[in-house]
Write a protein that binds this ligand. Sequence first.
Ligand code: SF4
Length: 82
Amino acid sequence: MCICINCHYVDACSTYHAVEHQHQQPHLTDSPTFEAKEPTINVNIRQAGEIIEMEWDVVGCLSFTQEIGRWANLRPGELLPT
Ligand code: SF4
């Protein structure tokens, strides 16, 4: 799971914006203004028959600033992104 969902910058961050794009999720912002320092992205590739899925997760980031439930508070009632 992406650490960004509990990060203060999730709705302003260009890296998380790119992760949303890869997951074809709606963006929290259309114009990110925050540049994360040294984010580390883990890419998992799964194949099920002819379908190839890619999952992108930020697993480390020097800019990470913990705010538990930040994403959930911005999108009340929605399932957390995987
Ligand atoms: S952890 Fe880093 S990449 Fe993720 S939202 Fe926060 S600043 Fe952006």
